[in-house]
Design a protein around this ligand. Structure first.
Ligand code: IMP
Ligand code: MG
Length: 178
């Protein structure tokens, strides 16, 4: 059975075509904004890996890459804001223009922790590019420079996002009935 035919996969929330069109726009925007100094893209594993791969190829600048893995304490579908760094960055952030690439901002707690953590490393700037923002749930203004799509409250999978490590390779974002 293919992933897309799994009965737990619901309606398509963001289609492949919509993803690719929006990522081209984001890439062009980032290319213009960082023309003077290319950013260091910091992907938040694992969810951001698919988005980061496509986004980076839509940016026409000599970008560099690094990755961080975090795990938030709390249950599977709700984050607590207490975040543990599972894999830290390899690169030094001093004087770098850092662009955090995230899959989805839900409560915004994970991002709040990450931003504070990276800002403490003396970068020239820290901005955020989030593919998805869930409507209405952020604890405080998460200050997102680039956003792909605002989506309704349903839990979603695909295009990097998982349910229990499954469905990351769906080429679109779909709702999930677990
Ligand atoms: P936050 O700290 O509440 O903003 O949680 C953000 C993180 O929770 C994301 O980076 C995802 O890893 C995970 N997450 C939140 N919502 C979803 C979802 O609908 N599907 C899959 N993962 C999600
Ligand atoms: Mg996750």
């Amino acid at each position: 059975m293919t992933d897309g035919a799994d009965p737990r996969i619901g309606e398509v929330i963001v289609s492949t075509e919509a993803l690719q069109a929006r990522i081209a726009e984001l890439g062009a925007e980032i290319t213009a904004d960082y023309a003077a100094q290319a950013p260091l893209l910091v992907g938040v594993l694992k969810g951001a890996f698919v988005f980061m791969a496509d986004l980076s190829r839509a940016i026409d600048l000599p970008v560099e890459f690094d990755f961080m893995a975090v795990s938030s304490y709390g249950n599977a579908t709700r984050s607590s804001g207490v975040v543990r760094i599972v894999k830290d960055l390899d690169l030094d952030l001093s004087n770098r223009h850092v662009l955090i690439v995230e899959d989805i901002i839900d409560s915004g707690l994970t991002l709040g922790y990450l931003r504070k953590n990276l800002l403490a490393r003396n970068p020239a700037s820290v901005e955020v590019c989030a593919l998805l923002v869930r409507e209405g749930l952020q604890v405080k203004d998460p200050d997102l420079r680039y956003v792909g799509f605002h989506i309704p409250p349903d839990f979603v999978v695909g295009y990097g996002l998982d349910a229990d490590e499954r469905f990351r390779n769906l080429p679109y974002v779909a709702s999930y009935k677990g």
